[in-house]
Design a protein around this ligand. Structure first.
Ligand SMILES: [Zn+2]
Ligand SMILES: [Zn+2]
Length: 349
């Protein structure tokens, strides 16, 4: 089968690999139908994910059909259509029992797929802890609708959950890339009194305005003024920072009112500075990434109910054979690209 492989720093290549096999009773083999490219894949490509291993198949956003299961798998069976969670987790360790599955202590726990073990930009993938890491897709939900469940939607859902949103809140989301937009989809379910989205790219600001007319959209240089005008207590009650630059990190705490919660979802390329003397007395609570992806069944149900829809984020499609062209487009941010669906089914025999 063909598998997009992390060869070395700056170099992914679509190479032939043998199909994966079950190696643990809790494994499942999934035939990938659709996968997607995430900015975390670019972080691996550029060497800013130190735990990523050379030689692995990349890709951690995918849906597919269960091909086979180990003897210890009870929740899914061959033929089931499933969303794959970015995080595989044991469900039994201290962290899993508390719902902090990102910190699962098992060797295959947390973000392993497409980072430490073979992932999904291929035709078949072995998924450890299949009962926890695979969510059956309801019959009424298409693969396109389910594609982002296990990664960016899980992230948006988690970010909103830990931000403790109430109906009186003014909430600022910084960054309207795909994760910011998934966060927005999940935030709208909480019906806060005011939602502001800050985005530097004019084309993306237009995208938000056209798809979410009830949301206030602002550019970074106007963000503080906009937030002050639309908030009742001198800043946003909740700030969710998804953009991941030095400027947006500063903007996040500057936009927050005293005693606000600032949730940092972004993955930064380098360390950020908390200027504690300037912040003194603001009494902020910071919550930091990454996702505890254990709400995928709930997310799929919200999609089935029509409460969440991310299909408009799929702006481009490529077959697996042309995935490297898709990477070039995704990284260039050209042509209004937000997310790319990679079709593996055309490559399967
Ligand atoms: Zn991702
Ligand atoms: Zn665990």
């Amino acid at each position: 089968m063909k598998a997009l492989t992390y060869i070395s720093h700056g170099h992914f290549e679509l190479i032939e690999k043998p199909r994966p096999v079950i190696i643990d009773p809790k494994d499942a083999i999934v035939r990938v139908t659709l996968s997607s490219i995430c900015s975390s894949d670019l972080h691996i490509l550029h060497g800013s994910v130190p735990q990523a291993r050379c030689g692995i198949t990349v890709g951690h956003e995918m849906v597919g059909i269960v091909e086979s299961v180990g003897s210890g798998v009870t929740r899914v069976s061959p033929g089931d259509r499933v969303a794959v969670n970015v995080e595989t987790f044991c469900g039994e360790c201290f962290f899993c029992r508390n719902g902090w599955v990102n910190n699962c202590t098992d060797a295959n726990g947390g973000w392993a797929l497409g980072c430490r073990i073979d992932g999904g930009q291929t035709e078949y993938v072995r998924v450890p802890f299949a009962d926890n890491a695979l969510s059956p897709i309801p019959d009424t939900v298409t693969d396109d609708q389910a594609l982002f469940t296990g990664d960016i939607l899980a992230t948006g859902y988690w970010a909103v959950k830990i931000s403790e949103i109430s109906a009186d809140d003014t909430v600022l989301i910084i960054g309207a890339g795909s994760t910011g937009l998934c966060t927005l989809e999940c935030l709208r379910l909480k019906k806060p009194r005011c939602i502001i989205v800050c985005e530097k790219d004019a084309r993306r600001r237009e995208f938000v305005k056209s798809h979410y007319p009830d949301v206030t959209v602002t550019a970074p240089d106007e963000c503080l003024d906009t937030v002050m005008q639309l908030s009742e207590h001198g800043g946003a009650d909740r700030v969710i920072e998804v953009a991941g630059t030095d400027e947006t990190f500063s903007l996040a705490w500057q936009s927050a009112r005293p005693n606000a919660i600032v949730t940092i979802v972004a993955l930064y390329d380098h360390p950020q500075i908390l200027p504690l003397p300037s912040m003194y007395g603001k009494n902020l609570t910071f919550k930091t990434g990454g996702v505890d992806g254990c709400d995928c069944d709930t997310i799929l149900q919200l999609i089935a109910n029509g409460d969440i829809d991310t299909t408009h984020l799929i702006t481009h499609r490529y077959p697996l054979d042309k995935i490297q062209e898709a990477y070039t487009l995704f990284e260039s941010k050209a042509d209004g690209v937000i997310k790319i669906a990679i079709d593996s089914s055309s490559s399967c025999d």
